[in-house]
Write a protein that binds this ligand. Sequence first.
Ligand code: SAH
Length: 505
Amino acid sequence: MSVQVGMVHLVGAGPGDPSLLTLKAVELLQKADAVVYDKLAGWSFLTHIQPQTRLYDVGKQADRHTMVQEEICQLLVDLAREGLQVVRLKGGDPYVFGRGGEEAEVLVAAEIPFQVVPGISSSVAVPGAAGIPVTHRDHCTSFHVITGHERPDREETALDFSAFAKLSGTLVFLMGIRNLSHITQSLLREGKDPLTPVAIVEKGCTPYQRHITGNLTNIVDLVEKHSIQAPAVTVVGTVVDLSSKLYQTPSDQPLRAQRILVGRTRRQASRFSNLLRSQGAIPIEVPLIEVELNADPIAGSAFLEKLSLCQWLVFTSENGVESFVQLLRQQKRDVRTLHSLRIASIGPATTQALLQYGIHADLQPQIYTVEALGQELLKVIQPKQSIALARSDVANPELQRRLQSMNVDLVEWDAYYTRPALRQAELLKSLLFQAEVDWIPFSSSSMVHAFCDAVLDDHISTWNVRFASIGPMTSAAMQSRGLLVSAEAKVQTLDGLIVAIQEAL
Ligand code: SAH
């Protein structure tokens, strides 16, 4: 029996802003068995993949090839022949200087089904983000996208600067920053007006975006003066003048360009990532822990039975709530099960999760720790009452300890199991070793241990990364593993964690 051949999707990731991925790209990433990416694609795709998706970094930089093009093509063919759905993710549009055409030819020759999914090309979007429309009726009637980096195996230049110099349209050079002097000299030699405006836009559509403007005679010096680096787009033409009028300065963002690892479970990551993005940060989602809801029907039905004799039901996390609601469904029960119970919640996120199911929490402490929750409960419960706890298998025993001091009957249920998510350990290590991460916030002790186990505590001092903690328990776990706590949340919520990072900048 022959193995079913998979399919390769040549997908454009857009210029860098995660919200400029197409809906189709997101849909394919969600279903991908493997993603083959390079640096220009950015890290936002991690938000959309499944935990088991295989990742291949084939990143190329101007002078450091991690994988040659033939090897990349071979990898695509091999993965498809394994029967996988493969997303080949490329910055911008796959058919604009991305060698997407070459990859497509190889796939056709190997009889691998493929499709191309367009992306927003930097050639248009990046000038636009710097306030430069590539066409404008008062300025030009065409724009031309030109490579600034020719094939190294070509002896004579294929770039016809005499033709470019005669064009009245906007010239957009990609990959041109290292050859800028050659480009400007050639245009001047061929008679282009020395005062023709030129803009360089570095890392457009990302929180690092910068641009400078000048003309054909001074732009090289300006690039040097401002240490402009690749990737950058060079725009030549009078439309550049519009930038001073049309460029919109981004609003003040306290976490601008901070690269922050989001290690929460895939289900819980997006809320934190969205909060970070709204402050200008770049979230990089690599789950450190996985949560498995307890679906054991025997333990579940025993818990529900005992629950009918309890006075309080206590939740210490959103996962606990999710798992309890799943249990009700599994046992063909609903919220009426709770009719005689009072409900306690550890903090706002758990309270919110309950509210989503129409359940109002009767008690929530002012400080969102198990100690504070225990203290508040002790004020309202009577001796000999029965208290039910739906919490993690590795929950802090402090809550039980406090409640037991009052001679109450505890009914406990392991609502979910927390395990380290080691599938992306390699990615995690390479991010750290390449200094791609500025902050790692931990929102639980289990996350700290999973992280340290995954990276084997190697060379922490060389990573250039800072660690933040959601509260004292997590900080203690960090210290026990030798991690320096650079920021600790005063309020034990994700917002509190973000404030702590801001204050530590
Ligand atoms: N397929 C891509 C282009 C690949 S060539 C696209 O359609 O955008 C790589 C070049 O694209 C870089 O050298 C740089 O000139 C340009 N580029 C891509 N993303 C960019 C960004 N966010 N900011 C500035 N230039 C970018």
